[in-house]
Design a protein around this ligand. Structure first.
Ligand code: BGC
Length: 944
């Protein structure tokens, strides 16, 4: 037995984070035991655990997902902790030790904010020299530099992160980082150089594309605390004793790139002066560091028809190119970044006003070069002015994103689906640089809340997003504070104003809820509850001001953004009535607030929001449904939302499902949904007996579909269903990004429905799951793994040539699953080579399914499905014709042990049995196929 993944506030060994309410988590693995019976957590001030500050004792109460450490933390202390687990089979294991280290907590700052006495467009280096005579025990630097900074000590970059201090609502709070510089400092002379860049703080940024959104001056706050072996300390403060000089960076900007002149070597020293930014806004970091997570080599160096030299990274990625050069002094090397070639040539008009360049002027020395204060979203890089032959050895694509652990993987028998999964994953890598952004390349790259909301489910399967979203949600709450609960469409606001919209602003309720269910740590709800409630209260106020109809139909809404059923096909607006969408989210968010209140034991609030939610649902039913259950709107998204959000009137779900089927039939089984409908589309279909249609939509290859982009060579998710036209031409330059993750939300369906790994709200954090794999014969197999907070889950299925089903599952230690095997006869099912009925697993049947309760362990299930996954059938006669004739219908009923489900009768139109049999779960029992074959001949005669 082993204990791994020790995390504090969901971060491994966090240094200098805001840890005010530490929550400890760990995973037990490599054991045959099923359950934790007790655990003990010990926290000490030393690695040897001599100086113990907390000992839980052996306790049955310790939750491995979130143990709230009940001690007050002291500033600037490294705490070590370890855990021992006792398992039900007598196994005992103790973990290696982990640590977390506090920042300054409430200690005041002795350092001052300083700014150089230089024109504010000149990128400065702020520097300080000092001597160390004694032997160092431990040293830390606490730093915030604005807009962005890199700190070097004795010529060495501190820390592994880039683009610090990250991006947040700078007008409300500023994050400082902590660096362990014990081994960077030296005895004798030491030099600190802090290089400053513009970033989002003062560079050209935001929808206004203007400068100085948060401030117009470079600034630095730096406090270095050195503890010596002899027990004394030295503090080096940023103050007016520091100096500054002009750096080699001539310009920098998130959108436009960077110009770096290595020939520039002016050493003139300029004074610095104090600048009054105060220290009230400073807070220990919440942002995960942005790190260089991967390095890619160009797959090809292209000479284009226009004669350009272009690197092809083979993958639309985010970060920058690092290159080696020994160009002669004064040579100017320019890199330009783009996402796609057009007619074989370099292209970047879809980046709009963003220049996305890097210029390097060589000083004649051999150098490895990279930018500092920008990043690019690109697959292709045009290289000009490079001295010598451009070859891939000298160029590397450095992939940057927030330091999150990869947790999920999906593979199927269909390579296009596999690529779709990767495209969404790369979309996440490229757009999770501290803030979840809409896109990483053009002149936006903003924290559009709707995009983050719809993708959060997928994101949290792919990677451990707790800390990442925790920080984003903190920003959301801060932006709301000054807006009476309104959640802006873009967070951090970055000068974009107070626009809000359903689906976007509901980020305030949906992400905390998703994160809670995914990771099982209530802290996110505790932290966000006021913000969640404030958003619903904001809508309610608007509703109350316009007659308390319990609908939200009074404001401008973004609606089903980019859906294909809008009145004007060129407009961004989808066709679904925005008041319906807004009212549905009003309901959905109110319900989430009620559920969160319940969990936080706020009984009164639970009742209040539950009542509000019921009133809204009633109002929606009255306004949008006829008394017979017909939905008054005819859009795919409207049906999908009605089903997904459970809006259909009592007893009318069937009607909505049938009408939805009709809708899709009229749309030739192709999607038309936008940002609102798409994330729920396949989920609502699979949940409502339309799993076949979910697979049809997944597997469609022609426009509009997910795989259309894949067949066009996409390596990330596009903003539009047709961002690139079949002839390879970009469909337009107005809002057309090739790395926009919203439609990547299909991947959540792959984990939850295709593979069936579903968290259960009442046992969050995957302590218990509903395991509902939903195979479809159009894939031979699918497998998913998910390294949850409890441990590793695996789920895979395979359909053999004969149509038989096999499954493999792994349920981690201290977890359990309710498995629902589709299309199974209890008597037939085998598990780990034995008949299920002969094992001691608790099983039962329900309709076409077999239900089995699983505890931790690995399982292989096998059975001949109750309903064959048949590929073709022998008659051409249409089913409708068949059932028209009472006699033949009767005989068919006799022949087929399971009749077609009611909803399919009369719905199959002119499809022949041959076509019908291509539908999954076509209910023809495999054991009677032969018999049916024989008897159908007779039936056919009857029809004729
Ligand atoms: C962004 C979207 C965003 C939308 C909403 C666009 O410019 O790129 O992803 O959600 O605006 O208005």
């Amino acid at each position: 037995m082993k204990i791994i993944n020790l995390k504090t506030n969901h971060i491994e060994n966090p240094l200098g984070f805001d840890l005010s309410k530490p929550s400890l988590s760990f995973v037990t693995c490599d054991t045959n035991a099923k359950k934790q019976v007790a655990a003990q957590i010990i926290v000490a001030l030393d690695k040897e655990f001599n100086d113990i500050v907390f000992d839980s004792g052996k306790s049955e109460e310790i939750d491995s997902l979130a143990f709230k450490l009940p001690i007050d933390l002291r500033p600037r202390i490294r705490y070590y902790w370890k855990v021992t687990v006792w398992a039900n089979n007598g196994d005992i294991a103790t973990s290696e030790s982990a640590w977390f280290e506090t920042a300054k907590i409430d200690e005041s700052w002795s350092s001052k904010w300083i700014t150089p006495e230089l024109d504010s467009v000149i990128h400065p280096v702020l520097n300080k020299e000092f001597n160390i005579e004694k032997s160092i025990k431990c040293a830390r630097a606490y730093v915030c530099g604005l807009g962005l900074y890199e700190i070097n000590i004795n010529g060495q970059k501190c820390g592994e992160e880039y683009l610090a201090p990250n991006f947040n609502a700078y007008d409300k709070w500023l994050q400082y980082q902590t660096y362990d510089i014990t081994n960077t400092l030296e005895q004798g002379k030491n030099t600190i150089d802090v290089l400053l860049g513009n970033g989002m703080y003062k560079g050209r940024f935001g929808l206004s594309r203007t400068e100085n959104l948060y401030g117009d001056k470079f600034a630095l706050l730096c406090e270095i605390v050195i503890d010596f072996e002899d027990g004394t300390s030295l503090v080096i403060n940023s103050d007016e004793t520091w100096k500054s000089r002009k750096s080699k960076i001539l310009s920098s900007g998130i959108y436009d790139g960077e110009v770096y002149d290595s020939t520039f070597n002016e050493q003139t020293s300029y004074e610095v002066r104090e600048i009054d930014l105060g220290t009230d806004k400073l807070k220990a970091r919440l942002s995960l560091p942005v790190k260089m997570k991967e390095r890619l080599k160009p797959i090809e160096i292209i000479t284009t028809p226009a004669g350009e030299t272009v690197l092809d990274l083979g993958q639309n990625m985010v970060g920058w190119i690092e290159f080696k050069t020994n160009a002669p002094k004064g040579s100017e090397i320019t890199l330009q970044y783009g996402e796609i070639l057009q007619e074989g040539n370099f292209y970047r008009d879809n980046l709009q006003s963003a220049k996305c360049e890097f210029k390097y002027i060589s000083d004649g020395e051999e150098a490895v070069v990279r930018p500092h204060f920008t990043y690019y979203g690109f697959r292709y890089v045009k290289v000009s002015g490079y001295h010598g032959k451009v070859n891939s050895d000298n160029f590397t694509g450095c992939v940057l994103y927030s330091d999150m652990e990869l947790t999920g993987h999906i593979e199927t028998s269909n390579p296009l689906v596999n690529r779709l999964f990767l495209n969404a994953l790369w979309g996440q890598k490229g757009n999770f640089l501290d803030v979840p952004t809409d896109c990483p390349q053009r002149d936006e790259r903003l924290g559009w809340t709707g995009d983050a909301q719809v993708f959060s489910g997928t994101a949290s399967f792919n990677m451990d997003t707790f800390a990442f979203f925790n920080k984003y949600m903190y920003d959301i709450a801060r932006e709301q504070e000054v807006r009476e609960g309104l959640v802006p469409n873009i967070v951090p606001v970055a000068g974009t104003g107070d626009g809000c919209s359903s689906g976007w602003s509901d980020v305030a309720t949906i992400i905390p809820w998703n994160v809670y269910v995914q990771y099982g740590d209530k802290r996110i709800l505790e932290q966000q509850f006021d913000s969640m409630k404030a958003w619903v209260d904001f809508i309610k106020k608007q509703d109350d001001n316009s007659g308390s109809r319990r609908l939200w139909i009074t404001s401008f809404q973004l609606g089903d953004w980019l859906a294909l059923d809008g009145e004007n096909p060129n407009s961004f607006a989808g066709g679904t009535e925005t008041g319906f969408i807004a009212s549905a989210y009003y309901y959905y968010s109110s319900r989430i607030v009620a559920k969160a209140a319940k969990i936080l034991e706020k009984e009164e609030l639970f009742k209040e929001y539950e009542a509000l939610a019921s009133e809204i649902r009633e109002a929606i039913r009255k306004e949008y449904f006829t008394s017979t259950g017909r939905l008054a709107l005819k859009n795919q998204t409207a049906y999908i939302i009605a089903l997904y959000m459970d809006l259909a009137p009592e007893g009318k779900v069937e009607r909505v499902i049938n009408d939805l089927r009709e809708r899709f039939k009229a749309d030739k089984n192709h999607l038309k949904t936008g940002f609102i409908g798409t994330p729920y589309l396949c989920k609502a279909l699979s949940e409502n007996r339309c799993n076949d249609l979910a697979y049809t939509l997944l597997l469609n290859k022609d426009y509009p579909s997910w795989l259309y982009a894949v067949t066009m060579g996409a390596t990330t998710i596009w903003e539009r269903w047709n961002s690139v036209l079949p002839d390879g031409k970009i469909s337009g330059t107005d809002m057309n990004s090739l790395n926009h993750y919203s439609y990547g939300s299909i991947v959540e369906w792959m984990y939850r429905y295709m593979a069936g790994i579903n968290p259960v709200e009442s046992k969050p954090g995957f302590r218990h799951i509903k395991l509902t794999p939903m195979p479809d014969y159009r894939l031979k197999y699918a497998k998913a793994s998910y390294n949850s907070s409890v441990g590793l889950y695996e789920s895979q299925w395979e359909i053999s040539e004969e149509g038989n089903l096999s499954f493999r599952f792994l349920i981690p230690f201290n977890a359990s699953a309710t498995l629902i095997l589709p299309n199974a006869k209890l008597e037939n099912v085998k598990v780990n080579s034995k008949l299920l009925k002969e094992t001691d697993l608790n099983s039962s049947k329900s309709n076409e399914n077999v239900i089995v309760e699983l505890v931790s362990g690995s399982y292989e299930f096998y059975y001949v499905p109750k309903v064959a996954y048949i590929k073709y059938y022998s008659t051409e006669c249409s089913y409708e014709e068949l059932v028209k004739n009472e006699e033949s219908k009767k005989r068919l009923v006799e022949v087929l042990p399971i009749m077609l489900p009611d909803h399919m009768i009369g719905k199959v139109g002119d499809k022949s049995l041959r076509e019908l049999s291509h539908m999954p779960f076509f209910p023809v029992s495999s054991d009677v196929l032969d018999e049916l074959d024989k008897k159908l001949g007779e039936i056919k005669v009857n029809i004729d």
